[in-house]
Design a protein around this ligand. Structure first.
Ligand SMILES: *[C@@H]1O[C@H](CO)[C@@H](O)[C@H](O)[C@H]1NC(C)=O
Ligand SMILES: *[C@@H]1O[C@H](CO)[C@@H](O)[C@H](O)[C@H]1NC(C)=O
Ligand SMILES: *[C@@H]1O[C@H](CO)[C@@H](O)[C@H](O)[C@H]1NC(C)=O
Ligand SMILES: *[C@@H]1O[C@H](CO)[C@@H](O)[C@H](O)[C@H]1NC(C)=O
Ligand SMILES: *[C@@H]1O[C@H](CO)[C@@H](O)[C@H](O)[C@H]1NC(C)=O
Length: 206
């Protein structure tokens, strides 16, 4: 698994491109009343969170269209890497007065005060979180050491969490604003923020 990760990063520099647009379907894992779509919502200068909108997808609005920017492809087979960034394209007016788009990658940064981290789109890709998605469009992260049984003995072989989807819908500070928006809950403990509900987040081609 580690080898696969390293290889996919090694090809990342070669090429990248985005597929989409996709709607981001938000569906409650336990609370079935949560069924709607994500929309990019202003969280700071050129920063957006993923806010929840109940009901059907607005297929024409820029705020509800997202992309999956795969991180590279196999130069021998042409096969696209399954790893990539979830992307939103921030519209802005360029110096010629035309609408242009700045691609932004979704990131979840560790929160030192809570196991709940708000998802934010920010310019650039360096801090972007690398996702995969399955045949149903369900986004997940793979890997991560399972440290729940660690002791002084080197774990051989180490155990990993495998495919993990830990998205939640929470009332939370999202950049500088307070929204009901998407978060990632780290580890296996319940979210510290009691408003969080576990959800599936999936790409739905528009
Ligand atoms: C990226 O994808 C778009 C849409 O499929 C295509 O038009 C464009 O040529 C691609 N760019 C590169 C660099 O492959
Ligand atoms: C995809 O991500 C790369 C960064 O790796 C970025 O340079 C490029 O503009 C993105 N492509 C699209 C089509 O958004
Ligand atoms: C969908 O989004 C467009 C563009 O923002 C807006 O004009 C339209 O009213 C929206 N439609 C619905 C049903 O909300
Ligand atoms: C993880 O996801 C990949 C791709 O969807 C799949 O091939 C693999 O079987 C999954 N692994 C597990 C343990 O479900
Ligand atoms: C350390 O953990 C391993 C794997 O869980 C276990 O087999 C072993 O007995 C543990 N050693 C001690 C000293 O607890």
């Amino acid at each position: 698994m580690l080898t696969a990760l390293v290889l996919s990063f090694a090809t990342a520099a070669l090429a990248s491109n985005a597929t989409g647009p996709y709607g981001l379907h938000i569906k409650g894992k336990t609370d079935t009343s949560i069924d709607g779509y994500g929309g990019a919502c202003h969280a700071g200068a050129a920063i957006e969170g993923i806010c929840y909108g109940a009901g059907s997808l607005n297929t024409t609005a820029t705020y509800s269209q997202f992309y999956f920017n795969y991180s590279g492809y196999n130069s021998e087979t042409g096969e696209v890497s399954p790893y990539g960034w979830v992307e939103w394209q921030l519209p802005y007016v360029d110096q010629n007065g035309e609408t242009a788009f700045e691609p932004e990658a979704l990131s979840f940064s560790a929160n030192l005060f809570s196991n709940v981290a708000a998802g934010l789109f920010q310019p650039g890709y360096e801090g972007g979180t690398i996702f995969q998605y399955n045949e149903n469009g369900l986004l997940y992260i793979t890997g991560g050491y399972d440290d729940r049984h660690n002791n002084e003995t080197y774990p051989n072989p180490p155990t990993y969490f495998g495919n993990t989807s830990s998205f939640h819908l929470c009332y939370q500070f999202t950049g500088g604003y307070y929204y009901q928006s998407i978060a990632w809950v780290s580890g296996t403990a319940p979210p510290q923020n009691p408003s969080c509900e576990p959800v599936d987040l999936s790409l739905q081609l528009i």
